[in-house]
Design a protein around this ligand. Structure first.
Ligand code: FAD
Ligand code: SF4
Length: 663
C-alpha cells in the first residue's frame, strides 16, 4: 500500500490542509502535472453496494484460486457510506450468494420487514389499495444503506481490498494511441485507469501553496460503480457511444428524512408505499414509510424528473407531504435526525447502456439497474458487481478455475481469455455478454413496461392500471414500451427529463403552504442535518460549460480534440437568459440543497469572450447565477434536469459533500 494512502479509511477527511491561506498562484495544467503512479489489477470507482461487491468477489477468487490480485476502491465520501442515500428496503438475494454466512455476523440488516402495504393519498385522506406482487417484501430487510455500505466496506477490507475514502475519481488515464473501438466502431483511446482529484486548486483553477496532485491508478480493469449519473460513467457512456442501442436514461429524485418517533407509533419492519397526493396526476412519484430498527422511521418522496412544471419544488412537495394527517400523526412528538436527497435511475432495461468499454465496465447504478416497480436496486447493483468481478478475474487469470456464483447460467470461466496476452488492459466484453439472461436482466425485463406506462397520456392513473395488468401477465407481453421523450431524434445521451420541462409561460406557479417547524422546515435547516462541507476556496465543481451553444451535455475529461468546454461569460449569460427568462429559474426551485440562486445583478457586465475567470460575474437582464457549491449534497439533479443541459457536475476535492450516517 502506498505510504501516502496508508490509514485513509480511518482518517476523517483531508480538510486540515484546506484551511491554510493561499499566498501564491501558479498556472495549472492537469495533463502536465507530475503524479505518483500506482499499478493495480482492478481499480473500482465508488464504494457502494456494486463496487464493494465487486471488490469482495475479486478477493474471494484470490483465496479460491491462489492467484493474487490487487484491488483498489476509490470513494469520494470522507467515509464509506457518507454519500449513500437510499430508502431502504433491501432484498438479500445477492447478499445470500456473495456472503452466505452474513446472518451469523454483526450486520446492519437487523430489521426484517414485517408488513408491506400500499396506500392512495388525497390531500386529506388515504385509502389502502392492492399491493402489486413485485412489492411484496417478504424476506426483505429495512435498513440504512449508508450503514450497509459501511459494513460491506469492513468485510472488503478484511479480505485485503484497499479502500481509499476521500479520494474522488476525477479523470481517466488514457492510452497514448487510438488503440480501441467504441460501440459503433469508431477509433478511440482505451481507459488505463483513473486519476484522483487534485487538491489545493484555487477558485480560478491555479495552484495554491497546498497544491497536491492526484494519484494516477493505472489499472488493467477499471470498474465504474459511481451510482446514478456518475461523472466518470457519464463521460464513458458518451465517449464510447455506449447508449448506441439504448434509450436515454430517465431519473427520479428521492428526498428522505429519518425520524425517531413516538414508540407507541413505531411498528418495527412496517413498510408502506404511497401514490397520489402531493403529486398531481400527471407527475410521476410516490412516498414511503419504512420502520427501521431502534425506533427510527425512514420517510421519503420520489419525484420523477420528467416533471413538466418548472415551478415544482421537490423539497417543498416533500415538506407538504408531512402536513397530511397521516404523516402528521406518525411524526407528532418525534425528532428529525437526518435529511438528504439523491437521484435514482428509473429507465430499467430499455435504458441500459452497453456495459463494457475499452479497459473497463459500468456496474450497478452507474449503468442503471433499479427495478422501478419494486423500487429496489441494491440487489441488482451487488449482482452486477459480482458478475463484473468474475469476468474480470477470468480475464486477468485465464488459467484459473473457480465456481461462478453471480450468474452461473450465463457465465462460466472457460480457462481461456478474450484479452490479448500481456496486454495492459483486459476485455470486459464477457461481462456484457453474461449480463443477458442473468438474474438482473430477468428482474428488469419482467417490469420493463411499468415505468414507461406512467409517462403516457393517461399519467399516474393510466400507469397504475397498466402496471396492474402487466403484473398479472408477469411482463409476458410481446411489446416493450418506450420512455417519454424518445422519438428517435434526440441523441441518446440527451436527458429526456430536461426535455420534458415546459416553459414557465405554459405552467401555473405552485403555491406551497408555509413551513410548520419542527414537522416541516426551511431548506437550510434540513441541509444542516446532512453535515455537508467542502474545502474552501476550491473551484466551483458545478460547471456552466455548454449546452445552450453546443452539443449534448457529455461530461468532462475526455472530449474529442477541439470540443470547447470553457466556462465563458457568453455561456453564463445564455444560461441565465434561458433559465431565469423562460424556466422560472428551475434549479433554484429544484436543487434539494439550495445551491443555485438567480439573484439581482446590478454590477457591470463583462465583455463576451473576455477572461474565463470573470464568467461568474456575467448575467442577463439584471439577474445573475450564484452557485453555492459548498452546500452540494451530490444528488446530481442539476446535471440531469437543467433545461439547457449546460450544467456539468464534476467531482470536488475528495472528502467533500454530505456526511450521511443514517440514510
Ligand atoms: C431515494 C432512493 C430510494 C431508494 N430505495 C431503495 C430501496 O428501498 N431498496 C433498494 O434496494 N434500492 C433502493 N434505491 C436504489 C439503490 O439505492 C441503488 O440501486 C444502489 O444504491 C446502487 O448501488 P451502487 O453501488 O450502484 O451506487 P451507490 O449506492 O450510489 O454508490 C456509489 C458510490 O460511489 C461513490 N462515487 C461516485 N462517484 C465517484 C467518483 N467519481 N469517485 C469516487 N467515488 C465516487 C459515491 O460517493 C457512492 O459512495 C433507492 C435509491 C434512492 C435514491
Ligand atoms: S448542486 Fe446539483 S448535485 Fe448538488 S445538491 Fe444541488 S442539484 Fe444536487
Amino acid at each position: 500500500m502506498l505510504a501516502r494512502l496508508a490509514g485513509r479509511r480511518s482518517h476523517p477527511s483531508a480538510f486540515w490542509i484546506h484551511s491554510r491561506r493561499q499566498a501564491t498562484y501558479t498556472p495549472y495544467n492537469p495533463d502536465a502535472e507530475a503524479r505518483e503512479e500506482e499499478q493495480v489489477d482492478v481499480c473500482i470507482v465508488g464504494a457502494g453496494p456494486a463496487g464493494l461487491s465487486a471488490a469482495i468477489r475479486l478477493k474471494q477468487l484470490e483465496v479460491e484460486t491462489g492467484k493474487e490480485i490487487r484491488v483498489v476502491v476509490l470513494e469520494k465520501g470522507s467515509e464509506v457510506g457518507a454519500h449513500i442515500l437510499s430508502g431502504a428496503v433491501v432484498e438479500p438475494s445477492a447478499l445470500d450468494v456473495l456472503l452466505p454466512d452474513w446472518r451469523l455476523t454483526d450486520h446492519p440488516l437487523s430489521q426484517p420487514v414485517t408488513s408491506s402495504s400500499m396506500r392512495l393519498f388525497t390531500s386529506k385522506s388515504t385509502f389502502p389499495i392492492p399491493h402489486p406482487p413485485q412489492m411484496n417484501n417478504k424476506g426483505n430487510y429495512v435498513t440504512s444503506l449508508s450503514r450497509f455500505a459501511s459494513w460491506l466496506g469492513g468485510v472488503a477490507e478484511e479480505l485485503g481490498v484497499e479502500i481509499y475514502p476521500g479520494f474522488a475519481g476525477a479523470r481517466f488515464l488514457l492510452s497514448d494511441e487510438l488503440d480501441a473501438t467504441d460501440a459503433v466502431g469508431g477509433q478511440v483511446k482505451s481507459v488505463r485507469g483513473v486519476v484522483t482529484h487534485d487538491a489545493g486548486l484555487t477558485r480560478q483553477r491555479t495552484k495554491s501553496p497546498r497544491f497536491e496532485p492526484g494519484i494516477a491508478f493505472r489499472a488493467r480493469a477499471t470498474l465504474l460503480a459511481e451510482g446514478a449519473h456518475g461523472s466518470l460513467s457519464k463521460t464513458a457512456i458518451s465517449t464510447y457511444n455506449l447508449r448506441h442501442n439504448a434509450q436515454p436514461q430517465t431519473y427520479g429524485i428521492g428526498l428522505k428524512e429519518v425520524w425517531r418517533i413516538d414508540p407507541s407509533k413505531h411498528v418495527p419492519g412496517k413498510v408502506v408505499h404511497t401514490i397520489g397526493w402531493p403529486m398531481d396526476w400527471s407527475t410521476y412519484g410516490g412516498g414511503w414509510e419504512y420502520h427501521m430498527a431502534d425506533g427510527l422511521v425512514s420517510i421519503g418522496l420520489v419525484v420523477g424528473l420528467d416533471y413538466k412544471n418548472p415551478y415544482l419544488e421537490p423539497y417543498r412537495e416533500f415538506q407538504r407531504m408531512k402536513h397530511h394527517p397521516y404523516y402528521r400523526n406518525l411524526l407528532a412528538s418525534g425528532e428529525r435526525l437526518a435529511y438528504g436527497a439523491r437521484s435514482l435511475t428509473e429507465g430499467g432495461i430499455q435504458c441500459l447502456p452497453r456495459l463494457d468499454f475499452p479497459g473497463g465496465a459500468l456496474l450497478g447504478c452507474s449503468a442503471g439497474v433499479v427495478n422501478t416497480a419494486k423500487i429496489k436496486g441494491t440487489h441488482n447493483a451487488m449482482r452486477t458487481g459480482m458478475l463484473a468481478a468474475e469476468t474480470a478475474f477470468a480475464e486477468l487469470h485465464p488459467g484459473a478455475t473457480f465456481v461462478p456464483i453471480a450468474s452461473p447460467e450465463t457465465f462460466k470461466p472457460s480457462g481461456s481469455s478474450e484479452s490479448t496476452p500481456d496486454s495492459e488492459i483486459v476485455s470486459l466484453a464477457p461481462y456484457n455478454k453474461a449480463f443477458v439472461g442473468s438474474p438482473v436482466y430477468k428482474d428488469l425485463w419482467t417490469v420493463r413496461n411499468v415505468r414507461p406506462a406512467f409517462g403516457g397520456r393517461f399519467g399516474t392513473l393510466g400507469g397504475v392500471l397498466y402496471a396492474g395488468l402487466d403484473t398479472i401477465l408477469g411482463g409476458r407481453v410481446p411489446w416493450t414500451l418506450k420512455h417519454h421523450g424518445d422519438n428517435g431524434s434526440n441523441p441518446s445521451t440527451t436527458s429526456p427529463d430536461a426535455l420534458a420541462t415546459l416553459p414557465a409561460a405554459e405552467c401555473k406557479p405552485i403555491e406551497y403552504p408555509p413551513f410548520e417547524p419542527p414537522l416541516s422546515t426551511d431548506l437550510m435547516s434540513s441541509v444542516s442535518l446532512t453535515g455537508t462541507n467542502h474545502a474552501e476556496g476550491q473551484p466551483v465543481h458545478l460547471r456552466v460549460m455548454k449546452g445552450v451553444d453546443g452539443p449534448a451535455n457529455t461530461g468532462v475529461g475526455m472530449q474529442p480534440a477541439g470540443v470547447d468546454v470553457a466556462e465563458t461569460p457568453l455561456r453564463r449569460r445564455a444560461h441565465v437568459e434561458a433559465n431565469a427568462g423562460s424556466y422560472a429559474g428551475l434549479l433554484q426551485k429544484a436543487c434539494p440543497a439550495g445551491v443555485y440562486e438567480y439573484v439581482s445583478d446590478d454590477g457591470g457586465k463583462v465583455v463576451p469572450g473576455n477572461l474565463e475567470t470573470t464568467a461568474e460575474e456575467e448575467g442577463w437582464d439584471g439577474k445573475k447565477l450564484v452557485i453555492n457549491s459548498q452546500n452540494c449534497i451530490h444528488c446530481k439533479l442539476c446535471d440531469i434536469k437543467v433545461p439547457t443541459q449546460d450544467i456539468t457536475w464534476t467531482v470536488p476535492e475528495g472528502g467533500g459533500g454530505p456526511k450521511y450516517t443514517l440514510t
